[in-house]
Design a binder for this molecule. Structure first.
Ligand code: HXC
Length: 512
């Protein structure tokens, strides 16, 4: 019989053994590739000494292919919770050193339980993903495991923020749990990839030859597919960036917003904003400069910065509280809306609405992008997402029209009719059913070129201004650009206790 002291020592030995993961050789192999170990990642994420591990002693119960003789420490995944900059966060981290971080029945059960606890307690979940996919030996038990994880991701959607970081291979089923989460980070290193079918399968089935990084590396998914939202240099940078994102987010849909002390004066007026719009309406300017001049401390954290650059989506703070900013970028495709921009912005708006983050929309949009690729690609369906998510969002919605606000694209950028609570226009705003030249080509097409020019001038004078919209009450305030920061902060304060009512229904049917 063991003494109590011996029982404690036995417990310590067992715990230490599990903490070794796949053992020295397997860990050394990973480290040689520049990857941090799972426990190093956990240590970086959480404030020192605050991580509480759950389910350390869970074991698999597979007997196929000699698995009954196989030990899989911790089931290849570390789960638990702790503090990140003083706030509670749940996390799970897959351990590639243990059977390639593959997902079997009990590995999945650990993840699902961790998510359940995160949802009940109302705290975000961070998934540090590093897995060879379904544990092949466990056959349909692995498949069912994935099914349970996906189900839980869906149930958690809109309840708590879900953040995934791709820090290793992510093949087959392993990609879909991150895809169901709110944000995906990818590490820009050879070892981090995401794909449904890898290069070999692609070559065998389609004959296409492509390398793993080109197919599913960080920049492919950040700039081409739009699957990922953030790219990080390495594991440490990735975890640092996740902490930045978390600093903007409430813990759950029921939690209070994060409020930081605001040192930047709330009545700061930026003279430079009065001159930022070029006199010639077709000249670009950098919308990011506008954002910097408006928000607290010139700081914002950009979502999907490498994808659909014609629209900017970012988190920032105004008077210390988080806002979500959606802004056309005149530097890229004149800020027009295309399929990718619509998808990117609509998803961001939905996220902000889930978590009570007010929306600031900065408008300079000439229209939806013309062209067969857009029409055949379904710009009607994708563009409709913006027309749908803005009215559906019940958070405070403040729209600032800087320059162009033409036609349907303005309705897609939160006009008064799309449900904006406050529409603010600069004197440089051009709120019109369409651009002057386009309008003249239609309604004055039979006139001579000279007369057409004169009519365009007339159209610009009368209809490419904020005043016609203001006459109808479609604009609440026309302000000097330099006043934008104090005016927005004032509107946010006004809308702090906004009430709303939506028609009774099960849920709507967003054009997906
Ligand atoms: C069981 C796995 C595994 C898996 C890796 N391992 N993936 N064991 N099931 N899915 C094991 C390896 O056998 C090896 O064990 C150890 O993990 C390390 O793997 P290596 O291959 O040595 O590592 P590396 O060279 O870095 O290659 C990584 C890899 C490769 C590219 C991910 O392991 C790989 O191709 N794995 C299989 C990927 C895959 O096809 N997954 C199944 C998808 S099916 P030893 O003992 O040798 O150290 C799927 C369907 C789910 O996911 C559908 C749900 C919707």
């Amino acid at each position: 019989m063991l003494t109590n002291q011996e029982k404690i020592e036995q417990f310590q030995e067992k715990a230490q053994h599990i903490e070794q993961g796949g053992g020295e050789a397997a860990l050394a192999k990973l480290k040689a590739k520049g990857r941090l170990t799972t426990r190093e990642r956990i240590d970086l994420l959480f404030d020192q000494g605050t991580f509480v591990e759950l389910d350390k002693f869970v074991e698999h119960r597979c007997t196929n292919f000699g698995m009954d003789q196989m030990e899989i420490p911790g089931e290849g995944v570390v789960t638990g919770y702790g503090l990140v900059n003083g706030r509670t966060v749940f996390a799970y981290a897959q351990d590639f050193s243990v059977m390639g971080g593959s997902l079997g029945e009990m590995h999945a059960a650990k993840i699902v339980k961790c998510m359940d606890k995160a949802m009940t307690a109302g705290h975000p979940i961070v998934a540090l993903c590093d897995s060879g996919g379904a544990r092949i030996q466990e056959a349909v038990d692995s498949l069912a495991g994935y099914g349970r994880v996906f189900y839980k991701n869906t149930m958690a959607s809109g309840v708590i923020p879900q953040i995934a970081a791709i820090m290793g291979p992510s093949a087959g089923g392993a990609v879909y749990s991150p895809a169901l989460m709110d944000f995906i980070y990818m590490v820009k290193q050879d070892y981090a990839q995401m794909f449904i079918t890898g290069p070999q399968v692609i070559q065998a089935t389609t004959g296409e030859e492509i390398g793993a990084i080109e197919l599913g590396g960080a920049m492919t998914h950040n700039s081409k597919s739009g699957v990922a939202h953030f790219a990080a240099e390495d594991d440490a940078d990735c975890i640092e960036q996740i902490k930045i994102l978390l600093s903007y987010l409430p813990s759950s849909f029921q939690a209070d917003p994060v409020r930081l002390e605001c040192i930047d004066p709330i009545d700061r007026r930026e003279e430079k904003l009065n001159t930022i719009i070029p006199d010639k309406s077709n000249r670009p300017y950098d919308m990011k400069k506008v954002i910097k001049m408006i928000v607290d401390d010139s700081e914002f954290y950009e979502n999907q910065q490498h994808y659909a650059k014609n629209i900017i989506t970012c988190f920032a703070r105004m008077n210390g509280t988080t806002v979500g900013i959606i802004a056309n970028q005149p530097m890229v495709m004149a800020g027009s809306l295309d399929i990718n921009a619509s998808d990117k912005a609509a998803r961001f708006i939905n996220f902000c609405d889930c978590f009570n983050i007010p929306l600031i929309t900065l408008v300079d949009v000439p229209g939806y992008l013309p062209g067969t690729s857009q029409e055949f690609g379904g710009i009607i369906r994708h563009g409709a997402k913006l027309l749908y998510v803005y009215p559906e969002a019940t958070v405070p919605k403040i729209t600032v029209v800087l320059r162009k606000a033409y036609g349907g694209s303005f309705l897609g950028m939160c006009s008064a009719q799309a449900g904006a609570d406050m529409v603010i226009a600069w004197p440089t705003a051009e709120i019109a059913v369409m651009g002057a030249a386009g309008a003249a080509n239609i309604i004055f097409r039979s006139e001579s070129e000279e007369e057409k020019e004169a009519k365009i001038e007339e159209y610009i004078k009368n209809f490419s201004t904020p005043y016609q919209a203001a006459q109808r009450g479609f604009v609440d305030q026309i302000i000097e650009p330099k006043d934008t920061r104090p005016v927005i902060i004032n509107a946010l304060k006004l809308l702090e206790n906004k009430t709303w009512e939506l028609p009774r229904k099960k849920h709507g049917n967003i054009p997906l």
